[in-house]
Design a protein around this ligand. Structure first.
Ligand SMILES: [Zn+2]
Length: 177
């Protein structure tokens, strides 16, 4: 979705693996109907992963140095609660990557719960076409920005573009000629 979250997640995983640490990558099952257990970034990196919901259901106290979660916005609030238990009960570092808001600029439920519970929150810098920081994710359909529709739309023809607040409000997805 127009930022480098997934590449960041995979690089952090690599750093842990390189130092001989035990790490697992997770992604939401709900968002991945094809059942493929791989996380792929737009710049070509990829690694095997587990589904977060299944992993947490089966988890019984094994040691991990770090759990890395991608696309965390699609997880249910209860799953976020469970991730925080792994931090507090088992002393595991949990690092989550995801979007704060959807294409209507409203919080994803998973992102809301994460922001309520997280020890630290860092924003990964993404830039609008105008050069300003882009915190908004516009949904683009047939070359136009749309603001109505389901929060999670799977298998559609839409794409996403990161915009600054001004250009999100003005629905301007490229410079005017
Ligand atoms: Zn802009």
């Amino acid at each position: 979705m127009g930022s480098s979250k997934t590449a960041n997640a995979l690089m952090v995983r690599y750093n842990y693996v390189e130092k001989g640490k035990k790490v697992v990558l997770l992604k939401p099952k709900c968002e991945n109907r094809d059942g493929e257990k791989t996380i792929r970034s737009r710049i070509g990196l990829e690694d095997p992963c587990e589904f977060a919901e299944e992993f947490l259901e089966q988890y019984s106290g094994e040691h991990y140095d770090c759990i890395i979660v991608d696309e965390v916005q699609f997880l249910a609030a209860e799953v976020i609660n469970r991730l925080s238990d792994l931090v507090d009960t088992y002393g595991i570092t949990v690092i989550c990557y995801g979007l704060r808001t959807d294409f209507r600029s409203e919080l994803f439920p998973g992102a809301k719960r994460l922001m309520e519970l997280a020890d630290d929150i860092e924003q990964i810098k993404t830039i609008c076409w105008c050069g300003k920081r882009a915190h908004f994710n516009a949904r683009i359909l047939n070359g136009e920005m749309v603001t109505e529709g389901e929060q999670v739309q799977l298998g559609g023809n839409e794409s996403y573009m990161a915009l600054c607040r001004k250009h999100y409000k003005e629905r301007q997805i490229k410079p005017q000629k």
